[in-house]
Every structure is written in structure tokens, then in C-alpha cells.
Design a protein around this ligand. Structure first.
Ligand code: PBG
Length: 322
């Protein structure tokens, strides 16, 4: 009897393939990242991320409604303030753009988990993720700003806070600050394993947050390292992180797997702007089958071990899955 094994038997029909499929993506896995800005009265398309918008609060509410209708359960919000300053003070201003947006979303009572990206880089004039001293981001003074930012976002209505700055000790600082205002119920989703990646390029156009000097390599991780990523994840869990994230996703699938195997909290992965843009522009050029590529990418992130996926394709794919 040759050959002994005929794996093709289980690939013969759609039904059979469905029966033996090992990995599934669901709308419940997705978190949809959205941008809200206060410079323009109109929502603006983001040229580097075709299909994504810099919203006004009104257009954000309409888009949130569509997100709910598609079956997505969570969004993450990035704010783009009209004025940036050295300290990034709009990050924690009571009437800051993100705070107003959270209040408006909360008022509408959408059945959505509202996740706040906690970082300074969209709000600082220099574009770095914290306080600058002697040409570099100064760690410990930045922790106070991050904690203040998280508190103000939660007071405005955020359900979850997601620090993305990569300062050491920020999870503990944020946990302490939230507990201090009686919000021990708010989870921290830490961008624990965040690499200094060129895949964030389109996002920095969208959020106008490219560093004005230098780069982020003194605080974000060096791409060749994976054991260091496990150390980062374990440290954040020890400080109180409820969910840890690996970012970007596609070039770091091995890291997602490693973190999954070494931790016992949900693992998130961020399919970032550059990964999104590669698909959109390649599809526009007619060189690949857009829908199949999107599905293949998302399932690969899930297969690597991600429980949650941040993706700009969330709403569209959730509609396909209905
Ligand atoms: C920092 C932040 C960034 C992203 C999410 N949070 C940018 C950066 O670190 O430069 C990138 C997301 C993406 O590329 O889709 N606030």
C-alpha cells in the first residue's frame, strides 16, 4: 500500500476542510484601532492607510455604531490634538480630544470595550513618548505623566488602558494610580513586547507623531531579541498587567508563540499600520488577492498564539464572518 498516508483525503471538500480546521478567527478576537482629531471639522482619510480615517467626534460615533453592527466588541482610540507641547499636556487634559471622544462614546452606551492607548508621542511637540532630558526620554518622570494620562482617560470613560510607551515600571505606576482613584476594576493591557519597528511608519503619518529627532530605539525593543521579550512580558505581568501584547505581529509571529508559551494571561498581537498598508497598496497595484491575504494574515497571527488581534481590518472582516 503506497503511500501509507494520504493527507489529501481530508482536503477534498469545503465541508471536510471545515471539519478538520485547527484555527478559527472570530469577530470576538478583534480590536479596531481608531483615530480622532481636533484640527479639522471634517473627517479626513489617511493617505498612508487607505480605508482608515482621522475622525471627528461625530464621525467617530457613526463609525463606532458600524463597528458594533459588524459584531466587533472593542475599539482602541488614538487622539490627535490640535496643539502639541513639550510635556504632551493634551494627553491628560480634561477637555483633551481623546477625553471628549471617550465621554461621547460612553454617553451613547455602545456595547463596546473602550480601550485607551496610553502614550505621550501623539501629544508631544518632539514626538517622543515621554519627558526629554539630555536628548533622550527620561524614564521615571515620564511615569507620572503616563499615570496621569491613564487616570484622565478612565475618568472620561475608558474601560481598559493600554500603555504603549515602553518605559520601565509604567504598569506598576498606572496600576497604583488607578487603584488610588478607586478604579481597581480597570484592566491594563500592556504593550509589553513592542519593537522599534519600521512597520509603524503609516501610523506616524496618521497621528503626526514621528520623532522630531533621533528614534525610539532607546526604549522600544531591538527586533532580533526574543528572550528579552519574554522578560518584558513577565515583568509587566508581575507589575499587574492583565493582558500582554506583542507588536508588530507579522514579522514577530515567533515572539507571539514564545510569549504565549511562557505566560498565563491573554496574549494580544497588533497587526500594525505598516502591515495593513503593505496589503492595501499591493492590492491596489493588483499584485495580490486582497481578501485572501487578509484572512491568511489574521489566521497566522491566531495560529501563532494570539488570543486578541488589533487590526485595522477588524470591521470589514467581522462583516465577512457574519
Ligand atoms: C504609540 C503607538 C504607536 C503605535 C501604537 N501606539 C506608534 C509608535 O510607537 O511609534 C503604532 C500602531 C501602528 O503602527 O499601527 N502611541
Amino acid at each position: 500500500m503506497f503511500p501509507t498516508h494520504r493527507p489529501r483525503r481530508l482536503r477534498r471538500s469545503d465541508a471536510m476542510r471545515d471539519l478538520v480546521r485547527e484555527t478559527h478567527i472570530r469577530a470576538d478576537d478583534f480590536i479596531y484601532p481608531m483615530f480622532v482629531q481636533e484640527t479639522s471639522k471634517e473627517a479626513e482619510p489617511i493617505p498612508s492607510m487607505p480605508g482608515q480615517m482621522r475622525h471627528t467626534i461625530d464621525s467617530l460615533l457613526a463609525a463606532a455604531e458600524e463597528t458594533v453592527e459588524a459584531g466587533v466588541k472593542a475599539i482602541m482610540l488614538f487622539g490627535i490634538p490640535a496643539e502639541k507641547d513639550e510635556a504632551g499636556s493634551q494627553a491628560f487634559a480634561e477637555d483633551g480630544i481623546v477625553q471628549r471622544a471617550f465621554r461621547a462614546l460612553k454617553d451613547r452606551g455602545f456595547p463596546l470595550e473602550l480601550i485607551a492607548d496610553v502614550c505621550m508621542c501623539e501629544y508631544t511637540s518632539h514626538g517622543h513618548c515621554g519627558v526629554i532630558r539630555e536628548g533622550d526620554v527620561h524614564n521615571d518622570p515620564t511615569l507620572d505623566l503616563l499615570a496621569k494620562t491613564a487616570v484622565s482617560q478612565v475618568q472620561a470613560g475608558a474601560d481598559v488602558v493600554a500603555p504603549s510607551d515602553m518605559m520601565d515600571g509604567r504598569v506598576a505606576a498606572i496600576r497604583k494610580a488607578l487603584d488610588g482613584i478607586g478604579r481597581e476594576d480597570v484592566p491594563i493591557l500592556s504593550y509589553a513586547v513592542k519593537y522599534a519597528s519600521a512597520f509603524y511608519g503609516p501610523f506616524r503619518d496618521a497621528a503626526d507623531s514621528a520623532p522630531q529627532f533621533g528614534d525610539r530605539r532607546s526604549y522600544q525593543m531591538d527586533p532580533p531579541n526574543v528572550r528579552e521579550g519574554i522578560k518584558e512580558a513577565l515583568a509587566d505581568i508581575e507589575e499587574g498587567a492583565d493582558i500582554v501584547m506583542v507588536k508588530p505581529a507579522l514579522a514577530y509571529l515567533d515572539v507571539i508563540r514564545a510569549v504565549k508559551e511562557r505566560t498565563h494571561v491573554p496574549v494580544a498581537a497588533y497587526n500594525v499600520s505598516g502591515e495593513y498598508a503593505m496589503i492595501e497598496f499591493a492590492a491596489k497595484a493588483g499584485v495580490l488577492d486582497r481578501e485572501r491575504i487578509i484572512g491568511e494574515v489574521l489566521v497566522s497571527i491566531k495560529r501563532a498564539g494570539a488570543d486578541l488581534i488589533f487590526t485595522y481590518h477588524a470591521v470589514e472582516v467581522a462583516r465577512w464572518l457574519k
